[in-house]
Design a protein around this ligand. Structure first.
Ligand code: DX5
Ligand code: ZN
Length: 215
């Protein structure tokens, strides 16, 4: 079944604890946490201290998406804060393999993300070191952007690679996901949908998630 990871970037930051708390009751599978540094992306969000303080509001896995340069410097801090999955960007570090290995050495699942303009072929050298591939379907930095349809081909390519090579990793998509684009991504081979605006802005997150899970 498709996993749904609401992005708390679209939550009310003034009451983040209760926003996170309601996700489990809404049927979400993971809590998607967007970490931005104002350097890798032109926006700043939250750091490990906030992750640590919202951790107690949910038992769901925390899917922490690091949009920061030199993520290797912060693996320990986000692991200590209670992350379950730590995803780094291929474009953000000179030591992709070392950082993925460091995440796994902390007993966490290692994710690797690529921006829309980065080809699938660039992650192939790292398939043995990752548990999750996060395919960005917008340029990272902000919620509420329009889904880039051209990314569907990359999702298909990733799914084909995984089945041809008998490799198992999650294929997550992030950016502009709604009930229409989400279904397109699942049909193309994604098994995890991260979404902010379409879920937090839906008014009825529970029924929206139920619908998405059946894609
Ligand atoms: C974008 C973030 C996304 C964002 C998605 O840089 O990585 O997780 O919150 O927001 P929506 O679903 O509104 O595009
Ligand atoms: Zn994200």
């Amino acid at each position: 079944m498709t996993k749904i990871a609401p992005s708390i970037l679209s939550a009310d930051f003034g009451r983040l604890g209760s926003e996170v708390e309601k996700l489990e009751k809404s049927g979400a599978d993971w809590v998607h946490v967007d970490v931005m540094d104002g350097v890798f992306v032109p926006n700043i969000t939250i750091g490990p201290g906030v992750v640590k303080s919202i951790r107690r509001f949910s038992k769901l896995p925390f899917d922490v998406h690091l949009m920061i340069v030199e993520p290797e410097k912060f693996v320990d801090a986000f692991a200590d804060a209670g992350s379950d999955i730590i995803t780094i960007h291929l474009e953000a570090t000179k030591d992709v393999r070392g950082t993925l290995k460091k995440i796994r050495s902390r007993g966490k699942r290692a994710g690797l993300s690529i921006n829309p303009e980065t080809p699938f072929s660039s992650i192939v050298p790292y398939v043995g070191d990752l548990d999750l591939l996060l395919i960005m379907t917008v340029n990272p930095g902000f919620g509420g952007q329009e889904f880039k349809t051209e990314c569907l081909a990359k999702i298909r390519e990733a799914r084909r690679y995984a089945s041809d090579n008998g490799t198992v990793f999650d294929i997550e998509v992030d950016g502009g996901i709604n009930s229409i684009t989400g279904e397109l991504c699942v049909t193309a081979g994604a098994n995890v949908l991260a979404a902010g605006n379409a879920l937090f802005g839906s008014g009825d997150m529970r029924s929206e998630i139920a619908k998405w899970k059946s894609f």
